[in-house]
Design a protein. Structure first.
Length: 747
């Protein structure tokens, strides 16, 4: 830094952040590399900030320092507008830090009366120096306690310290016990930071931070507008021992080793399902102690996050090639146990009052045994939360999906018979058909019932369960529908009635479940039966596999292809008629007794000859038509080929002309480039010569002044010597006069 600087002092942290953000906006983030900050804690006025920048205005109007001069002019103009004061111009009397090191301190020093509210349930967990096994343990804990998770890994270039970063969402409405685990010090080895958002971007600060909305806004603006200040290049000056400004950057970044620590991404996760991280800007850990001196940043750690790529937790779980291994449990109530409980409750006497007493607490210290107990109780709490979500979901009205094989069509007909006519004539019942050649060549029939459909009689499906082992009744997954139904999602997840998927599938944003299921299940979607991709309005049907009950079979249906049932009743009746086999066997036996085998053979022979003759005539007619069409097509194609050849020749000539013109233009462009390069070289040489001339002028002036001083000194010395000689001559003259007078007297 230059000796003399402009000092923009007596600023609050919010004013300093606003000053820097406005300057970054005016200069597009260029020319601010030499800005230095000083943060001081005063006794009466709180935190005072000084922004310093070298006086580039005094270095001449050269092209070399043009960005710095523009940045300095912008800072001076904005400072005058904010404070209505003139800046001081002198040498700084204290050590200052770079903008990258001090900007985080400005934000932590901003303590507002009405602070900005943090993002509910969004945190960043930093784990430094842990092994991959330790990080895997943290992932398992977060999968249990957090709603969703994004992960990446980084390391420092200087000491190669590994840093694992976990961006997590703890949504209390969708099962999360993260905060209780945090309070219980389950993540004591890591650093948990709270999220603050501004305009789609996020910064992470310590829990006790109380920044203002204005401070958050200007800090995020500064990081967005001037990202080069926070990347790999370290500060030119500053106290390296008192500050740590860590830049998390991509592994492909090149350049010299910075003076401060850099962090490089080394994530080994699949590039698929990666999350672009343009919205996460920075993480700042631990506030600075107030000591009344220039800011000591030993406890402040600043991490620049914008160049990181976070990966969804699903990408760290190996996917199975053929199926998803999910266990489905069907639960039934024990009637005997329920009756015993009811009796015990009825026999208990009501308690009107109770006596207070002191008893010894069960837990006194949080040791290893208590940690295991805490985990067990947390698991019980989570199970209870699941049960509550399950009960509240099945109590709500939701659609129902019925499925029937060809053998189960009588049950389908019975369901239609039990349904009131007003529902059959409306759109509350929608029909769909699926042909599966491999397992069910006769196809599967689906009936989608809206929550409003009510049957006249009792549900007839239990009476037809013996027709086929295939499940007929499916309901919307209770846990899934509680969290994601009615939140803008088009897809549905159905499971056999009485079952649920466990654990529930969760995505980061409750409104983005469509994309989440499509991304997760696309790797198993085979794209057969004429459907290349999962439809927009998909129905996902999860059920035990008919060949391996411990596995999960997933069917994907297109909700938009379901048609109102009343428009498909004719086609459905045809299926029932074909299926009805009453009297067919008796008809075959009667036919065999009445008609002799000879008559049957003769009839078959006559019909075969007639069919052969018909086929021969049709084949000859087809051959004639094909020959005529072939000749016609050959004539047309010949004419078209000739036309294409002529056009190709014309195009070739035009391309040849264009190539010649391009060659001429390329020569002109090369000549312009050469002249431009020479001009730029001459300009640079001129600037260099101007600087050398100025330096030569200064040196010449110094030599002339030195020569003049030497001449003056010599002149004074000569004058002194001449005066001495004159005095000696005058003395000699006087002596001679005296001698002459004496001689005269003697005569």
């Amino acid at each position: 830094m230059a000796d003399v600087s402009f000092l923009l002092d007596e600023l609050t942290p919010v004013q300093a952040l606003h000053l820097l953000a406005e300057a970054a906006k005016a200069t597009h983030g260029v020319g601010l590399e030499d800005v230095r900050l000083g943060v001081y804690n005063t006794q009466y006025y709180g935190t005072s900030v000084t922004v310093a920048m070298p006086d580039y205005l005094a270095r001449g109007n050269t092209k070399k320092f043009q960005p710095q001069r523009a940045a300095l002019e912008a800072l001076l103009q904005i400072y005058g507008r904010i404070t209505e004061r003139e800046p001081r111009r002198r040498e700084p009397d204290t050590e200052l830090v770079s903008l990258a090191q001090g900007s985080g301190l400005l934000l932590l020093s901003d303590v507002a009366e009405k602070p900005a509210l943090p993002q509910a349930g969004e945190f960043l967990l930093l784990a430094r120096g842990v092994t991959p096994e330790g990080a895997a343990g943290i992932v398992e804990e977060l999968r249990f306690h957090a709603t969703d998770l994004r992960i990446t890994t980084a390391h420092t270039d200087r000491n190669r310290q590994t840093i694992h970063l976990f961006h997590l969402l703890a949504d209390q409405k969708r099962r999360s016990s993260f905060q209780s685990a945090w309070v219980g010090r389950r993540f004591a080895d890591g650093i948990v930071l709270t999220a603050f958002a501004d305009g789609g971007t996020t910064v992470f600060l310590p829990e006790q931070s109380r920044p203002s909305r204005e401070g958050i806004h200007d800090f995020c603006r500064l990081l967005r507008l001037a990202p080069t200040l926070f990347r790999t290049k370290g500060p030119d000056t500053g106290n390296e021992e008192t500050a740590s400004s860590d830049t998390l950057r991509d592994e492909t970044t090149t350049g010299q080793e910075p003076e401060h620590r850099d962090v490089t991404v080394t994530s080994a996760a699949s590039e698929t399902a990666s999350v672009h991280n343009g919205e996460l800007l920075a993480a700042i850990h631990q506030p600075v102690p107030v000591d009344g001196k220039a800011s000591n940043l030993a406890q402040l750690e600043f991490y620049y996050l914008r160049e990181l790529t976070f990966y969804a937790q699903g990408t760290f779980t190996p996917s199975l090639p053929d199926h998803i291994a999910i266990e489905v449990h069907s639960l039934s109530t024990t009637a005997e146990g329920v009756q015993q409980l009811r009796q015990a409750i009825a026999e208990a006497e009501p308690l009107i009052a109770y006596r207070l007493a002191l008893r010894k607490g069960r837990y006194q210290e949080f040791r290893a045994a208590e940690r295991n107990e805490y985990q067990r109780l947390s698991q019980q709490q989570l199970d209870i939360e699941y049960r509550l979500a399950y009960l509240s979901s099945i109590n709500a009205a939701r659609p129902t999906l019925l499925r029937f094989t060809q053998k189960q069509l009588p049950a389908f007909a019975d369901v239609i018979r039990s349904t009131p006519m007003k529902f059959l004539q409306g759109d509350d019942l929608r029909y769909g058909f699926q042909a599966i050649e491999r397992h069910y060549p006769a196809g599967l029939h689906y009936l989608l019932k809206s929550p409003h459909v009510v049957m006249d009689a009792m549900n007839p499906l239990p009476q037809w369960e013996a027709l086929d082992s295939m499940a007929m009744h499916f309901w919307l997954d209770p846990l899934w529908s509680r969290y994601y139904r009615g939140r803008g999602n088009e897809c549905w997840v159905f499971v056999p009635k009485g079952m649920t998927l466990f654990p529930p599938m969760h995505c980061w944003d409750a409104t983005d479940m469509d994309s989440y299921l499509r991304d997760v299940l696309s790797q198993w979607f085979h794209g057969q039966y004429g459907v290349a991709a999962i439809p927009e309005k998909a129905i996902y049907l999860f059920e035990p596999s008919p060949h391996a009950p411990e596995e999960i079979h997933i069917s994907v249906l297109d909700q938009s292809l379901f048609q109102p049932l009343h428009t498909q009743l004719g086609w459905f009746n045809d299926n029932l008629a074909i299926m009805n086999e009453l009297g067919v066997d008796e008809f075959i036996r009667t036919l065999a007794n009445d008609i002799a085998k000879r008559d049957i053979a003769a009839r078959v022979s006559q019909e075969a000859q007639a069919m052969v003759a018909t086929f021969t005539a049709a084949a000859e007619e087809t051959s004639r038509q094909v020959a005529a069409k072939t000749a016609e097509l050959t004539t047309v194609l010949t004419a078209e080929v000739r036309k294409v050849v002529r056009q190709a020749q014309t195009t070739t000539e035009e391309i040849r002309d264009l190539n010649q013109r391009l060659a001429t233009l390329q020569g002109l462009y090369d000549e312009i480039q050469r002249v431009t390069t020479e001009t730029e070289t001459m300009v640079m040489q001129t600037d260099k010569q101007i600087d050398e001339t100025a330096q030569f002028t200064v040196n010449l002036r110094q030599r002339v002044e030195s020569a003049l001083a030497d001449a003056q000194s010599a002149r004074q010395e000569v004058q002194a010597r001449v005066a001495t000689e004159v005095a000696l001559l005058e003395q000699t003259h006087a002596d001679l006069h005296a001698i002459l007078a004496q001689l005269r007297e003697e005569r």
